[in-house]
Design a protein around this ligand. Structure first.
Ligand SMILES: *Cc1c(COP(=O)(O)O)cnc(C)c1O
Length: 370
């Protein structure tokens, strides 16, 4: 008998697009040809069809319920990835504002966001971890933000370096806090009321590529100028319920299923966080107990629950590690070209067994090669 498609799947540690929950993929497979009761595939359906509009509202409501998002916030489903948010945020909140924007730079994605913001206005990099090769995040008191800054921007989890804020950075009450949560969206409960904007492309931790979720305090919707290109103005999307133009219907459909899986199968974000901590501890213990064979990139108190980054003693051992891992059904572990080494992404959908399998492989590989 040949193995089923599900059985052929390895444990996939890709940084993104990344692993999705198996029950979600199975549901998508079963419903792709014809959405139950709809007489057509979702792929063939108008985005204004009530069936799809209900799917969109369902996805929104699931996200609202998971994160406890009140009516004071708009939830939008946009295209253009996280990268377009690098531009849309300053185009709406900084351009012609007479203000300066504050940025915390703790890795590659923050750096790219800063480069785009500089095209729109004046930027202060209030904290920059570049000198230490982006291995940490600032502590309270390490930086200052002016009370009249347009906003304070940070990236909660730097996907490439594997460095994560453990809680929100300090920010003056008067300044909207703006967060790129692309690679750790929905990985733990958080107090959304601390944020002005929290956004995430879906393809790391929440769904397939093609949709970016933007959670935005409603008073900020009015800040953008009417002279902005229509797509770039948040107000248009909020007022049209994410149907200002055709939204990415497939990606929203799957994102909604992932949110339901988080609610019903996992049991909500507190349960998800517990599981994520358990998975991450397995990998970091394997690093720490290797007698120096593996060296972690991030400082211990800033280690990411989503992307564990580490190095081996030399390039030959690294190549052998990757080849052996693939033979053991552990794939996509190569680190980003800018950091090197190994990166194991253990997003929400990575089962505990996957982290266990990688941790025991690491321990075994170290004992054979140290
Ligand atoms: C992947 C990633 C991005 C870029 O996302 P795109 O959808 O490719 O634009 C931005 N920020 C973070 C933290 C990411 O992980």
């Amino acid at each position: 008998m040949t193995a089923s498609a599900t059985d052929q799947r390895a444990y996939n540690f890709s940084a993104g697009p990344a692993v999705l929950p198996v029950p979600v993929l199975e549901e998508v497979r079963d419903e792709l040809m014809c959405l139950p009761g709809a007489q057509s595939s979702l792929l063939e359906m108008s985005h204004r069809d009530k069936v799809f509009v209900d799917i969109l509202h369902d996805a929104e409501n699931s996200i609202r319920s998971l994160l406890g998002i009140s009516d004071q916030y708009s939830v939008m489903f946009l295209q253009g990835g996280a990268a377009l948010q690098f531009s849309m945020i300053p185009a709406n909140l900084l351009r012609d504002s007479g203000k300066r924007a504050a940025y915390i730079q703790t890795g590659t994605w923050g750096k790219k966001a800063i480069a785009e913001a500089k095209k729109e206005g004046e930027v202060d990099i209030v904290y920059n971890a570049a000198d230490s090769n982006f291995n940490h995040v600032p502590a309270a008191g390490d930086y200052q933000v002016a009370d009249d800054a347009a906003y304070l921007y940070f990236c909660n989890n730097e996907t490439i370096q594997g460095v994560q804020f453990q809680s929100e950075p300090e920010c003056p009450q008067s300044v909207p806090l703006v967060c790129d949560a692309s690679s750790d969206f929905l990985h733990r409960p958080l107090d959304i009321n601390k944020y002005g904007i929290l956004y995430a492309c879906a393809q790391k931790n929440a769904g397939p590529a093609g949709v970016t979720v933007v959670v935005m305090r409603r008073d900020l919707l009015d800040v953008g100028s009417d002279s902005l290109p229509g797509y770039l103005n948040y107000k248009n999307h909020a007022e049209a319920d994410s149907e200002w133009n055709t939204p990415p219907t497939f990606a929203i459909w799957v994102l909604g299923k992932v949110a339901k899986w988080l609610q019903n199968d996992i049991g909500g974000l507190a349960a998800m966080e517990k599981l994520n901590r358990e998975k991450a501890a397995l990998l970091y213990n394997a690093i720490d107990n290797s007698g120096g064979f593996y060296t972690g990139h991030a400082k211990a108190d800033c280690r990411s629950l989503m992307n564990a980054t580490f190095n081996l003693p030399n390039d030959d051992l690294q190549a052998a590690f990757l080849a052996d891992a693939a033979k053991n059904n552990l794939i996509s572990l190569k680190g980003h070209r800018s950091v090197g080494g190994i990166r194991a992404s253990i997003y929400n959908a990575m089962p505990l067994q996957g982290a266990q399998a990688l941790a025991s492989f690491m321990t075994d590989f170290a004992s054979k090669n140290a």
